[in-house]
Design a protein around this ligand. Structure first.
Ligand code: ADP
Length: 346
């Protein structure tokens, strides 16, 4: 406003008298005799111009100033409100959200902020749950270890090979739990590096069957591969697919005493499906929806003994999803389970 008014005054002051004089000269050239009123005319023009300029500055300045004040107040109010609410959010009130604004740009900003706030609140919620679950899971083996060590120290437990084996089992369970947790937290936060490329699934499946067959006891289940030799290539990360398969095959072996474990693969555009079918103990209908939840185990005490952490399937699901597929399970108690996942065709 100040720049506008100063320019107006400076230009007016410099040019108006000159233009007026030019007009007078033109009139004189046209034959009017204004010689004796010339001075009075110039003086009159000067005073009229100055009065006019003064009123323009007063009225224009007041109107422009008032309008600017009202407009900036209209913009400042929601901005100050935003500042207050973002501070509340930063200090831990994750439910704080910005209200809608009548100014479209500010409204858009408020919407983006609210979306970001919802995202952050979700991550925070998952973090709290994970820490809660984690402490619960770590406490049990630690209590067992503490009990045994105290017993050994005060002589109430005899130091036998079995006791030390039990201690070693609990310690390796703790190590496995910590490793799994690290993977899970990376997968949940989306920090797991995934290197997606086109590759053939069949050799990987055949290699895994070979590897796991060596772990099966003589009277244990038979491992078999049912996969067409012309299975098309998939777009996925071979290492992550192997990780998922190791989890599924490991589970199948752990929960299947006899019968068979079959790995089946087929293509059904736009996916290749891979299935691990076992004839083991199966999962009850009411438990099936929970198997992909972290730390969930069908029988907590039994699995604690058998070494399960209840994290494997949660990681597998995340890995499959990160590669653009889905994972699902079917099962019948005492008849066996089928875990199936898809990967995009290359
Ligand atoms: P865990 O390390 O305990 O196996 P998972 O997340 O891999 O953790 O599995 C969660 C639970 O799902 C297991 O504890 C088990 O109760 C059940 N489960 C998984 N796979 C099978 C299977 N093939 N047969 C029967 N139960 C299974």
């Amino acid at each position: 406003m100040i720049v506008g008014l100063s320019t107006l005054l400076a230009v007016g002051k410099l040019y108006s008298p000159r233009l007026f004089l030019l007009q007078l000269s033109k009139l004189e050239g046209a034959g009017f005799n204004i010689g004796y009123v010339r001075y009075r005319l110039i003086e009159g023009f000067d005073s009229a111009w100055s009065k006019g300029a003064l009123w323009s500055v007063v009225v224009g300045g007041t109107a422009a100033g008032g309008l600017s004040y009202l407009l900036s107040k209209r913009i400042m109010r929601p901005l100050l409100q935003m500042e207050r609410i973002t501070k509340q959010f930063a200090s831990g009130n994750l439910d704080a959200r910005l209200p809608a604004s009548e100014i479209p740009e500010i409204n858009q900003l408020a919407k983006s902020f609210n979306q970001m706030a919802t995202g952050i609140a979700g991550v925070e919620q998952r973090r709290r749950e994970l820490v809660g679950d984690m402490t619960h899971e770590l406490r049990t083996p630690l209590t067992v270890l503490e009990g045994y060590l105290e017993g050994l120290a005060d002589g109430t437990i005899d130091p036998s090979v079995e006791v030390y084996q039990r201690l070693a089992r609990e310690t390796s369970r703790l190590r496995r739990l910590v490793n799994d947790l690290q993977e899970l937290s990376k997968a949940e936060a989306g920090y797991l590096p995934i290197d997606i490329r086109a590759f053939d699934l069949r050799p990987l499946l055949a290699m895994l069957i070979q590897k796991f067959s060596t772990q099966v006891l003589e009277d244990g289940p038979v491992l078999q591969l049912d996969c067409p030799s012309d299975l098309p290539a998939v777009m996925a990360d071979p290492e992550r697919v192997e990780q998922v398969m190791v989890n599924l095959l490991g589970n199948a072996l752990r929960y299947t005493q006899e019968g068979s474990i079959t790995v089946k693969a087929w293509s059904c555009s736009p996916y290749v499906w891979v299935e691990v079918i076992d004839t083991g103990e199966g999962i009850a209908d009411e438990d099936l929806p929970h198997v992909f939840e972290r730390f969930w185990r069908a029988d907590r005490s039994r699995d604690r003994f058998s070494g399960g952490t209840g994290i494997g399937l949660a990681i597998s699901r995340r890995l499959v999803e990160l590669q653009g597929g889905v994972i699902e399970a079917e099962s019948a108690l005492n008849r066996g389970s089928t875990f199936r996942f898809s990967l995009p065709l290359a």
